[in-house]
Design a protein around this ligand. Structure first.
Ligand SMILES: Nc1nc2c(c(=O)[nH]1)N(C=O)[C@@H](CNc1ccc(C(=O)N[C@@H](CCC(=O)O)C(=O)O)cc1)CN2
Ligand SMILES: Nc1ncnc2c1ncn2[C@@H]1O[C@H](COP(=O)(O)OP(=O)(O)OP(=O)(O)O)[C@@H](O)[C@H]1O
Length: 233
């Protein structure tokens, strides 16, 4: 157990400046989040801290090579998909996440699918997705993450390349803690439009066991710079 730190030991810093969320739109409760589980949240928070550090180190040491290695697997990955995708969602890397854009572009070319990127429109909601083409302009969105402009139009992906902080061999995914992808999958499932989910990360982000609760949905596949993993459950 770590000793409790006096609050005064933490220097006061101004809140990080972030683009504000837009006015909340009409939100439909997607799923009752149920009873809070503080013990689970504490375990997830500790793992996030450790694996964000590992992720940043991996990105600094070989991020560009790893992104190229992912993209080189696009043709092989396309042949492993259970159905041909129509619209593939990637993400714009932040905080040391593996850069998935070269893979997204290559997978689009290999499958003929359209491409899109996620957009956070409000806290506690599902993600929106906007159409993206290579070299189309991106603007800063929530959390400073780049996203397509509104004029790009919306998209409903049937294949998600998902960022993550840590993952285990059963496909349990630890994300940034906003619950955005879990709510997105819950909403898609409820609408009968569950996409195929591929978690993408550096191999060092694989761990023995990610703590998970009832709202966490396991990944269909895991892709690292070392290759494709089919989760064992
Ligand atoms: N690249 C990327 N895009 C994404 C996600 C993601 O995880 N990665 N999301 C997945 O849901 C959504 C955005 N959700 C987010 C939720 C929380 C934080 C967050 O707390 N960021 C910390 C920095 C973390 C770090 O150091 O790595 C912060 O801003 O202080 C970021 C994104 C949609 N787009
Ligand atoms: N289907 C859902 N409906 C409502 N709330 C949800 C749902 N899924 C997750 N949440 C809530 O979102 C919060 C964050 O969940 P969690 O810690 O699993 O996020 P995460 O998967 O790490 O984040 P992200 O998916 O954004 O990367 C929790 O309070 C959780 O209760």
């Amino acid at each position: 157990m770590r000793p409790a730190r006096p609050l005064a030991a933490k220097p006061l810093r101004p809140a990080p400046s972030r683009p504000a969320f837009g006015a909340p739109s009409l939100t439909i409760p997607l799923q009752d989040p149920g009873l809070p589980d503080p013990a689970l949240d504490v375990r997830k928070a500790a793992m996030r801290r450790d694996f964000r550090r590992l992720r940043r180190a991996a990105a600094a040491a070989g991020g560009a090579d790893a992104a190229a290695a992912l993209a080189a697997e696009a043709g092989a990955l396309a042949t492993r998909l259970p159905r041909p995708p129509q619209h593939i969602a990637g993400y714009v890397a932040a905080g040391g996440e593996i850069d998935v854009l070269p893979l997204l572009v290559a997978l689009g070319a290999a499958t003929g699918a359209g491409l899109c990127l996620p957009v956070v429109t409000a806290p506690d909601t599902a993600l929106d997705f906007r159409v993206w083409q290579p070299d189309a302009p991106l603007v800063a969105g929530a959390f400073g993450i780049l996203m397509p402009e509104e004029a790009a139009g919306r998209c409903l992906p049937d294949l998600l390349l998902m960022p993550l902080v840590a993952v285990d061999r059963a496909g349990r995914r630890l994300g940034q803690g906003g619950g955005f992808y879990d709510r997105t999958l819950a909403a898609a499932d409820a609408a009968g439009q569950m996409p195929l989910t591929i978690g993408v990360c550096f191999a060092v982000q694989l761990t023995d066991e990610v703590p998970a609760g009832p709202l966490d949905r396991p990944l269909d596949l895991i892709l690292t710079e070392r290759g494709l993993l089919v989760p064992v459950r």
